[in-house]
Write a protein that binds this ligand. Sequence first.
Ligand SMILES: [Zn+2]
Length: 268
Amino acid sequence: MTAKTNKGVTEQMITRATLFAVGLTAFAFGCSTEQTPAEEQQEIIDNLVQVGFPADDIMVTDGKVYVGRDAHVTLEASREMLVPVVSGPEQYRTTNLVSGKTKICVNPTSSFNNTSGFVSALDAAISAYNALPLVWDMARGPTSGCNANITATTMSGVGGSAGFPSGGNPYGTINIGTGLTSYSGNVKKHVIMHELGHTVGFRHSDYYNRAISCGSGGNEGSAGVGAILIPGTPSTAVVGGSVMNSCFRSTESGNWTSSDVTALNYLY
Ligand SMILES: [Zn+2]
């Protein structure tokens, strides 16, 4: 996610990919089933385009493929998106959710532990999840009894990034920008809640028009397969309406909104 007030910082870090530069030459001559990193990256991109993400919303940075600027998509997750969803009630979540987990441990790296205010913000974010009667609890590691693990580490800039679940597991990493040290504890908590929200399958509440929370920006992709409206939640986003809005404000409270609570209780 990005800071509305300082979003240029994060955007500069992301180099818009030359999406179709990877040729198919390798397929013509190779008989190995092992994909090269470039082939794997291209397959992820192809899968995302196939399920409806606009090509210009897909970005590659450091060899990783992202949608919506902060959501990393693995090869496995992109393949799962190709599986048709049985449409139930209208529901904004990804196709993939966490399943069969009761204790999700969030394990900080030393860089995370050493960044001012991050550990207390992580504890507060975990408490916000645990205050709801969900099928799983979160805990800060190192601890025991974990049946899913997420690494909490740092990145440069003001914002964060994570990814979507696959194989029933939450995405394995959240990256939190060290530029957030100059923001309040509540903002740090908000960004961590947001990135953890991606790891368990939440898309941006304003995914269809990032301008709602960011002031500018377009549609991350209508992708019927990848953005499912959760029953009981509004289909339209407003500023401050959800922790899962694309951009945050310097005034964020670090509290769930009522529709966030509805969505979490519905899914988990
Ligand atoms: Zn986000």
